[in-house]
Write a new protein. Structure first.
Length: 318
């Protein structure tokens, strides 16, 4: 019985020793450096919007990697062999042809691979990339908006969009039917202050999936101010009257009221000298008893300008 007990302990100890030895052997093997030959897929990135890759002379490059057993095991299991090459790194022969020499760019290859293995050998083959230029056009950006201003507030200046146009690149048959690009809807309620907002373009149409757009967003600038009404009385100027009858022409009303909306900050700046209303006899119609009045001078930042009256009765003395 004692013999059996000793034999069992001996076998158990030997088993543990074998397992431990195997584990240490595996660790040693995984820490060893191996040479691994493989082919890497090449992806070209950051292609300029005005170009398209027509063809390449090869899509893979041969490399010999030096890496530990653990890393080699990972590479063989997951097969992650591809690198991204930016078009900006290529050497240009012409506008439509560029090249890249893998053997001169081992660091680029290394930095693109997982674990950054040492690249001990690279194919001497040169990669050539042939380009085509896309058709292009420039179209305006149209602001789609649903803006509700608070009572007493209005836009101080025109709505500004930057950029106010975008460039499109793609197939000519697709571009010819696009004459503008809309923004997403700018929805604002009770606006009573300036607004500067990034607004994305509406590129949901399938046509935009197969062309390139210079930007997918714009910036919208709204200047909003509090406005109040003001009325100014100014004289009417008679112009373009024939010299022979100038002393005979007269109008019944000599002045008019100009009613408008102005911001509170500009209220005191407005004076009679900022306006001019004319009765222009170039528009004389002998079949009418009235002459229209035209406002030919006024500050650009005023809103809802109205003339009272907007026409006057004239007469010519014999």
């Amino acid at each position: 019985m004692r013999f059996i007990f000793l034999l069992r302990n001996l076998l158990l100890n030997n088993f543990y020793f074998i397992v431990l030895s195997f584990f240490l052997w595996v660790l040693v093997r995984l820490s060893d450096v191996y040479q691994y030959d493989t082919y890497i897929d090449v992806n070209y990135v950051n292609v300029p919007k005005d170009k398209t890759i027509q063809k390449t002379n090869r899509e893979k490059i041969f490399v010999k990697l030096s890496l530990s057993g653990f890393k080699l095991y990972f590479y063989k299991i997951f097969k992650t062999y591809d690198i991204d090459i930016s078009i900006g790194l290529l050497n240009n022969i012409s506008d439509s042809l560029s090249y890249w020499i893998p053997d001169r760019n081992r660091r680029v290859i290394k930095n693109n691979l997982i674990f950054n293995p040492r690249v001990s050998e690279v194919s001497n083959d040169t990669l050539f990339v042939f380009f085509d230029y896309k058709d292009h056009k420039k179209v305006p950006v149209i602001l789609i908006k649903d803006i509700d201003l608070s009572d007493g507030y209005d836009f101080y200046d025109s709505i500004r969009i930057k950029p106010d146009s975008v460039k499109l690149w793609g197939d000519r048959n697709v571009l010819k039917d696009i004459d503008h690009v809309n923004t997403k809807n700018l929805f604002v309620r009770n606006l009573n202050e300036d607004l500067y907002e990034k607004l994305y373009l509406d590129l949901s149409d399938m046509r935009y999936k197969i062309i390139d757009v210079s930007s997918n967003h714009v910036y919208v600038n709204l200047d909003v101010e509090s406005f109040t009404e003001k009325v100014i009385n100014i004289p009417i100027n008679i112009i373009n009257v024939d010299s022979l009858i100038s002393k005979k022409v007269d109008i019944l009303e000599k002045d008019v009221d100009i009613k408008f909306k102005v911001t509170l900050k500009d209220y005191e700046k407005i004076s009679k000298e900022d306006f001019m209303v004319v009765c222009d006899f170039d528009n004389f119609n002998k079949n009418s008893l009235y002459m229209a009045l035209n406002l030919v001078k006024y500050p650009f930042f005023l809103k809802d300008i109205k003339i009272y009256p907007n026409k006057v009765r004239y007469f010519i003395n014999n």
